[in-house]
Design a binder for this molecule. Structure first.
Ligand code: TYD
Ligand code: MG
Length: 455
C-alpha cells in the first residue's frame, strides 16, 4: 500500500492530521490547518535488527546533584518568573502577540545579563542590526557588551554560536529562522520545529542558555509558539492589552521553578520598567465607590495581587443579549450568570452584560467567581459595594461558596493597601488578620441577601 507523503498540521497547536479541515479538532482554531511536508520520512519499515546498542548507566534518586548555578539579571520581575535566574544549558520560549514588547524586553534582558558577565549574543531575524542599535539607543543600552547579528540561516547561526561559545543566545524570532535542509518556507510548522529542535539541542550540548522568541499568530500562515512548547524547559508568555501600559510576563511551564509565576512591567517611553507593587498600580485610578466595580483579592503565582473588576449591565436592544468579557473566561461568566438565575432567582435575560478586568490583566483563578458575581449584581442593582471591601471565593453550581487557598495572604495584601473588610467563603481554617473585618459566607443566595438586600 502506498503511503501518502503529505500531512496536515495545525499552525496554532501543532496537531497533525491526515486530512485537511476548516477547524482544528485539537485546539478549535479556525483556518489554521496547512499542508506540510513531513519532517522526516518516519521510521523505516524494517525493525531495529539484531545489532546491540551500548549499555546505559543507571543511577538512582539518591544521586546528589548540585543545583544549577543561576545568573540573575537584576530585574527582579524577570528573575522571579525564570524561577530565580537564568539556568545554563536551558531553553526558554518567550511567546506573545506582535507588538506587545517582546523585542524590547529581550534586548533589555540581554543587556542586563551581559552586564552581569554572561557572554551574550542577540540574533535578530526580523530587524536589521541598525534597527536593533537604534532601539538600544532609545533604551539607553548602547554601553552593554551584547553582540549582535542579523541572520536567519540556521546553519550559519549554529556555526557562529559554536565558534563564539556564548553563555546566552537570544533568537528573535524562531519563526524567521530557516534551515536549508528542509523544503518548506520559513515560519511553517516543520521549519519552526526544526529550528527550535536544533537550537535547544545545541544549547543542551554546549551548556548555553537559549531564549527563543515566538509570535502568537492568528492566521494560519505562520506556526505559533505552541508547536515548540514541549521542546523547551521554560515557556513564558508576554501579555497585556495593546492600549494599556501594563505587561505581564507569565510562566506557563518551568522545569526550573514554579509555573504560574508572573512578572509585571510597564511600557514607558524608555522601554519596560518593572512594577514591584502591581496591586497599587491596578487600583491606582479608583475614586468614589461605583456600581459594578469590585476589588478582587487574587493570587498570581506566589504573589497576592488586588485587581479591580468592572461590570456593566444594561437593557439589551437585541433579541440575543450580548455577553462581552475582557480579561476573564467567557464560559465561566455564563456559568455565574446561570447560577445567579437558578439559585438566587436573579435573571439576566434581556440584559447586556459586559465584564472587564481593569489594567489589561488576565485572570484565570476560579477564586474570582464571587468577585465577578458581586460586580454583576452591583451593576444590575445599581448599588456600589463599600470601597474598602475586597471579595474572593469560588462558586459551585449548587450556589455554595467554596473556600480558596492562601486566604491569609490575600487578606494581608488587602490590609497593606488600605482595605478594611473582606467577603470570603466559609470553610477552611479560621483566621484573623489585624485591621480586616472578615465576613464569611456559605452560599451565593445569602451573599445576595446580605449585600444587596433580598434580591
Ligand atoms: P516590540 O518590542 O517591538 O514588540 P514585539 O517584539 O513583541 O513585536 O515593541 C513594540 C511596541 O513597544 C511598539 O509599538 C513601541 C513600544 N515601545 C515603547 O512604548 N517604548 C519603548 O521604549 C520601545 C522600545 C517600544
Ligand atoms: Mg519583535
Amino acid at each position: 500500500m502506498a503511503k501518502s507523503k503529505t500531512q496536515f498540521t495545525c499552525t496554532a497547536c501543532g496537531n497533525v492530521t491526515t486530512k485537511w479541515a476548516g477547524r482544528c479538532e485539537a485546539c478549535g482554531e479556525w483556518n489554521s490547518i496547512v499542508e506540510e511536508a513531513p519532517l522526516s520520512s518516519g521510521p523505516s519499515a524494517a525493525t531495529l535488527g539484531t545489532a546491540r546498542g551500548r549499555r546505559i548507566e543507571l543511577t538512582d534518586l539518591r544521586t546528589e546533584e548540585t543545583p544549577p548555578p543561576r545568573t540573575v539579571s537584576g530585574v527582579a520581575e524577570l528573575d522571579r518568573v525564570l524561577g530565580g535566574g537564568l539556568v545554563p544549558a536551558s531553553a526558554i520560549l518567550v511567546g506573545g502577540d506582535p507588538g506587545i514588547g517582546k523585542s524590547t524586553l529581550l534586548l533589555q534582558a540581554a543587556a542586563r545579563f551581559a552586564r552581569m558577565g554572561l557572554k551574550t549574543i542577540y540574533v535578530s531575524g526580523e530587524e536589521a542590526s541598525a534597527q536593533v542599535r537604534m532601539r538600544a539607543q532609545r533604551l539607553g543600552l548602547t554601553q552593554s557588551p551584547v553582540q549582535l547579528a542579523a541572520e536567519t540561516n540556521l546553519r550559519d547561526i549554529l556555526t557562529t554560536l559554536d565558534e563564539e561559545r556564548p553563555q546566552l543566545a537570544i533568537i528573535n524570532s524562531i519563526q524567521t529562522m530557516w534551515s536549508d535542509s528542509i523544503g518548506s518556507a520559513p515560519g511553517s510548522v516543520s521549519q519552526v520545529r526544526a529550528a527550535a529542535h536544533e537550537l535547544t539541542a545545541f544549547a543542551k550540548r554546549k551548556g548555553m542558555a537559549v531564549i527563543l522568541v515566538g509570535h502568537v499568530t492568528k492566521e494560519g500562515q505562520i506556526a505559533g509558539p505552541r508547536v515548540v512548547e514541549h521542546m523547551v524547559d521554560t515557556v513564558l508568555y508576554f501579555e497585556g492589552e495593546r492600549g494599556h501600559q501594563f505587561r505581564v510576563l507569565r510562566a506557563v511551564k518551568n522545569r526550573f521553578g514554579p509555573a504560574d509565576e508572573i512578572g509585571v512591567f510597564e511600557m514607558t517611553g524608555k522601554g519596560l520598567a518593572e512594577v514591584t507593587n502591581p496591586s497599587a498600580l491596578f487600583l491606582s485610578d479608583r475614586g468614589q465607590p461605583t456600581p459594578g466595580s469590585v476589588v478582587f483579592a487574587g493570587i498570581e503565582g506566589t504573589r497576592p495581587v488586588l485587581i479591580e473588576l468592572q461590570a456593566l449591565v444594561a437593557p439589551s436592544p437585541h433579541s440575543q443579549p450580548r455577553r462581552t468579557v475582557v480579561g476573564w473566561d467567557g464560559g465561566r461568566l455564563a456559568m455565574i450568570l446561570a447560577v445567579l438565575e437558578a439559585r438566587c432567582g436573579i435573571p439576566f435575560a434581556g440584559l447586556d452584560v459586559y465584564l472587564n478586568v481593569a489594567g489589561g490583566m488576565k485572570i484565570s483563578e476560579p477564586a474570582a467567581d464571587l468577585a465577578v458575581a458581586a460586580a454583576l449584581l452591583s451593576a444590575r442593582e445599581d448599588a456600589a459595594l463599600p470601597a474598602d471591601t475586597v471579595v474572593f471565593g469560588e462558586i459551585s453550581l449548587s450556589g455554595a461558596l467554596r473556600a480558596v487557598g492562601q486566604t491569609e495572604n490575600r487578606l494581608k495584601e488587602a490590609q497593606k493597601l488600605g482595605f478594611s473588610s473582606a467577603i470570603a467563603p466559609k470553610g477552611g481554617k479560621s483566621l484573623t488578620v489585624d485591621g480586616i473585618k472578615l465576613n464569611r459566607i456559605t452560599d451565593l443566595a445569602s451573599f445576595v441577601g446580605e449585600t444587596f438586600g433580598a434580591g
